[in-house]
Structure formats: structure tokens, C-alpha cells
Design a protein around this ligand. Structure first.
Ligand code: ZN
Length: 150
């Protein structure tokens, strides 16, 4: 991408966002030569990847399903709807940015856990216990210790 000010060829992406409608990517760029900043808009041609479950079956990615599992983990926790929206957006951006046609459900689970860890530790433990199907107390203790480390 050429700088519109000095036409230098080396610009750096400093921020990437998906529009609310989800059909354009807005990138803030910085010119490595003159240091001016500018914004580019790209239409998204990519579709969300298909989710491949453990048993090999495939299903369409559904935002509402993702929201439902986040809300379940966050039940009665002090986390704003806005923070949940942001987390969902971040997960979707990562899925889109991967450029993959298919994503294994385990990868999606990891992305969800990463966001929950940031949002609310209790919700993270709840989700991880179901998702990773903890079988005994020691696994809970391990997960809790991991969360406490940070
Ligand atoms: Zn420039």
C-alpha cells in the first residue's frame, strides 16, 4: 500500500477494524517514511469459516451460538453487554483474519477462552470446565492457579 502523501511504498498497519455491518475492514496505516497516518477501507470478500466439530461434522458459523455460550458462562457476572460485543467482534475478526475456509471447533474454543479470561475469571473457569470436560478437582485447581498467575 502506497502512502497517499509521499508515495512511499512501505506503510504499516496500526489498527484493523471490521465495520458494524461486518462488510468492510477499516485499516489505520502509518507511513514509514513521512509518518503520516491514513485509513483504507476494504470490502470483505471472505465468508466466516465453516466450523469442523470433533466428530468431523461441519456447521455454519453462527454468531448467535457464540453469544449464547459466552452468555451462559457469564451468567450473573458483572460484565457489560458492550464488553461481550467487543469480545465477540474480536473472535470474529480473528476467524476472518485467519483466511481459513474451515476451522476446528477446538480452535474456536481456545479463542473463546482467551476472551473470557480477559473478561471474567469465574466465567473463564466455568467455560473451561465444561469445554475441557474437567474430570476431577485437580483440574479445577490447576485452571484456577493458571488464572491467578496473571
Ligand atoms: Zn508518506
Amino acid at each position: 500500500m502506497k502512502c497517499p502523501y509521499c508515495h512511499h511504498g512501505d506503510t504499516q498497519v496500526i489498527d484493523t477494524r471490521i465495520s458494524e455491518e461486518g462488510d468492510t475492514i477499516r485499516r489505520r496505516r502509518r507511513c514509514a517514511s513521512c509518518d503520516k497516518r491514513f485509513t483504507t477501507y476494504e470490502r470483505i470478500e471472505l465468508a466466516m469459516p465453516v466450523i469442523v466439530k470433533k466428530n468431523g461434522s461441519r456447521s455454519e458459523y453462527e454468531s448467535s451460538k457464540l453469544r449464547a455460550s459466552l452468555m451462559l458462562a457469564l451468567r450473573k457476572r458483572p460484565v457489560s453487554a458492550e464488553a461481550v460485543d467487543t469480545a465477540i467482534q474480536r473472535i470474529e475478526e480473528k476467524l476472518l483474519a485467519s483466511g481459513e475456509r474451515e476451522v476446528v471447533s477446538g480452535h474456536l474454543g481456545e479463542l473463546v477462552m482467551r476472551e473470557l479470561k480477559r473478561l471474567d475469571k469465574i466465567a473463564y473457569i466455568r467455560f473451561a470446565s465444561v469445554y475441557k470436560s474437567f474430570e476431577d478437582v485437580s483440574e479445577f485447581v490447576e485452571a484456577i492457579q493458571e488464572v491467578k498467575k496473571k
